[in-house]
Design a protein around this ligand. Structure first.
Ligand SMILES: [Zn+2]
Length: 368
């Protein structure tokens, strides 16, 4: 049974027809779904006038149309950091607003392409609701292959931002105050960081029932529990009550077809779950849900050249040799052994490493 929880009461803004649920609503709906009492729709929405254009950032998007524009039309030296693309698809029929974020880390290209393809695929005549995509929030980073902004700040630690702060903080604040207030659910699209790769995975705070259901209904890859670091879009959006998940797949600085295809499928699954489309609802099984994860790192004093022996998705037993680090000056070989049973969800590519560098990200089942 679908268990997305949305409140029928409208926001003051007629163009934003959904309202996020309070905890009591969430608990009640979950209880009824678990017990099978009542036939709750996947989504419920207010009777807003859907014939009016949807307004975002001063632009109108009529029902049954798509629109692409820049975040701002500024002319100052710093305006280029804020003129990232904004895609809006207003379905012909009422429904929730799904937001897609990508390119917060400018080098994480798979997510940028997932957002672009999903948006290009949308049939607005059949779509129920609205899709807002910010496919390259750190537009400068996407153009230059840079994870961070030009001032070397991490945009994904700057949320919710500050209008009087650094460029990162200004961008975060603009996204937070001008776009996120429209979102009924959010999928933030990422890849692994520099010189690492991730198995396709959803990261989400599984202690939140609405977020857990959204994560499972991505329907693709594994699900990994975690609230996300303070200042990240995920953590800060969740604090405001928006069900938010992260899709992480592959490595930065390249387009990887398999990871893009899975991301595209996952977002389609989310739209089906939100009752925005008529495609079949998918849900990952509980054995694909991992509550705990941990990095296995290069041991102190054993830096060198790293060569993995195990790869993404491999099932690991305690004591298994995961890889080795060779000191090129002494030819000494240090074998990296697993200290637990789990699955490899992230791995560093072969490269020179120093003490403490994260080599293998292992996840395992546990209760939270
Ligand atoms: Zn990222």
């Amino acid at each position: 049974m679908r268990t997305l929880i949305l409140n029928k009461k409208s926001r003051a803004n007629a163009s934003a027809s959904y309202r996020r649920p309070g905890r009591h609503t969430a608990a009640l709906v979950l209880l009824l779904c678990v017990t099978g009492i009542g036939a709750f729709p996947a989504v419920a929405y207010a009777d807003d006038d859907w014939s009016a254009p949807f307004q975002l950032l001063g632009r109108d998007t009529a029902p049954g149309t798509k629109n692409k524009f820049q975040f701002i039309d500024g002319q100052s030296f710093e305006a280029s950091y804020l003129n990232s693309p904004v895609f809006v698809a207003r379905g012909a029929k009422p429904g929730p607003t799904l937001c897609l974020a990508a390119g917060i880390h400018g080098d994480e290209l798979n997510g940028v392409e997932v957002a672009r393809r999903v948006f290009a695929d949308l049939d607005v005549q059949k779509l129920r609701g609205t899709v807002i995509a910010l496919p390259a929030i750190n537009a400068e980073g996407v153009r230059t292959g840079n994870r961070y902004l030009s001032d070397r700040r991490d945009l994904n630690r700057a949320f919710p931002g500050n209008a009087g702060g650094s460029v990162a903080s200004i961008i975060a604040h603009a996204v937070f105050t001008k776009v996120l207030n429209h979102c009924d659910a959010l999928v933030d699209l990422h890849t692994a960081s520099n010189n690492r790769a991730n198995v396709p995975q959803i990261r989400a705070d599984l202690s939140n029932p609405a977020i857990r259901e959204l994560a499972l209904h991505f329907g693709v890859g594994i699900v990994l529990h975690g609230a996300g670091p303070s200042g990240s879009l995920r953590d800060e959006a969740a604090k405001t009550g928006i069900p938010v998940i992260i899709y992480e797949a592959g490595e930065p600085l390249r387009f990887e077809e398999d990871e893009i295809a899975r991301g595209r499928e996952g977002v389609r699954n989310v739209m089906a779950y939100l009752d925005m489309t008529d495609t079949a609802i998918q849900k990952v099984s509980e054995d694909q849900v991992y509550q705990k994860s941990k990095w296995v790192r290069a041991p102190r004093g054993n830096g060198g050249f790293f060569f993995p022996a195990r790869g993404l998705g491999d099932i690991i037993r305690k004591g298994d040799i995961l890889g080795k680090v060779i000191d090129p000056l002494t030819d000494e070989v240090y074998e990296i052994a697993s200290t637990l049973d789990g699955v490899v969800v992230g791995v560093a590519v072969p490269q020179p490493v120093l003490s403490g560098y994260g080599l293998f990200h292992l996840a395992w089942h546990d209760s939270i």
